[in-house]
Design a protein around this ligand. Structure first.
Ligand code: NAD
Ligand code: ZN
Length: 240
């Protein structure tokens, strides 16, 4: 074990207030494609152009076909050892919050409970007409699906590019960033706002910031420790 890993393990072990920010990379080893990898493409389309309110307004059927494809794909994915390590460390910490940009539900499936899903969940649907929201795990027979109550278009319960984050989880994330002693940033390219700014918020108040990512990111420079590798391999060591 490197000295950097020994030091980082010590910060995690000794803190009482731990925050973790995760992104698509944490689910990559479970088989969920990230947006920025080559695997993210669907019918040669860039996900960044599909996950927008504009795309949905223009062609809700196509956007839903893409979500249905992602839902089917994620349904066959199981949590990996990185998810499991995060669920286990939660039990040892009086103050803990897992802030995730992932919409796949794999943290909850792994047993994490104090989770802020700041980008929503692919397993939720919301009516664009009356606003009613519910969990829906099965496929829809007809796309785009419609609301049984008002006939409006149903949309995936996720946050699209250019949309505001849901109030409750994003407030919880912000509060945690103002008090955590350690922040772990794992599997996120850290280019999507506002999560991209979370590390700087914690760092400014003196929290230790640890990054887990195979690649360098815009937040790497302010981290107290960086581990270049897969989260499914590194998180069990860091948190073990
Ligand atoms: P991203 O696709 O922009 O970046 C993924 C990051 O993970 C990259 O920095 C990459 O180097 C890193 N990575 C790849 N494999 C890894 C591994 N095995 N271990 C650790 N890191 C690894 O993802 P993002 O930063 O989460 O932002 C993209 C947006 O897309 C988010 O808003 C998110 O809601 C959405 N999204 C979610 C999922 C999901 O729910 N699983 C999947 C794709 C996109
Ligand atoms: Zn409705």
């Amino acid at each position: 074990m490197t000295r950097e890993m020994e030091a980082a393990r010590g910060w995690v072990r000794d803190c009482t207030s731990l925050c973790v920010l995760t992104g698509a990379g944490v689910s990559a080893e479970s088989g969920v494609p990230t947006f920025r990898g080559p695997e993210g493409l669907w019918r040669q389309r860039d996900p960044m152009s599909l996950a927008t309110p504009e795309a949905f307004a223009e062609d809700p059927k196509e956007v839903w076909e893409w979500y249905q494809w992602r839902r089917q794909r994620i349904r066959g994915c199981a949590p990996n050892p990185g998810h499991a390590a995060l669920a286990a460390v939660e039990a040892a910490k009086p103050d803990f919050l897992l802030v995730t940009q992932n919409v796949d539900g794999l943290h909850l499936a792994a047993g994490s409970r104090r989770v802020a899903e700041i980008h929503g969940s692919i397993w939720r649907v919301r009516c664009a007409g009356c606003g009613a929201e519910r969990e829906e795990r099965s496929d829809f027979a007809e796309l785009p699906p419609r609301c049984a109550a008002c006939g409006g278009l149903l949309r995936p319960g996720v946050v699209w590019f250019g949309e505001m984050l849901p109030r409750e989880p994003s407030d919880a994330a912000m509060e945690m960033l103002t008090r955590c002693e350690v922040l772990i940033v794992a599997g996120t390219s850290a280019v999507v706002a506002p999560a991209s700014g979370y590390a700087a918020v914690a760092k400014r108040r003196g929290a230790r910031v640890i990054e887990v990512n195979p690649d360098e990111t815009p937040v790497s420079g302010i981290c107290d420790a960086t581990f270049r590798g897969r989260s499914g391999e590194i998180l069990p060591v860091l948190l073990g």
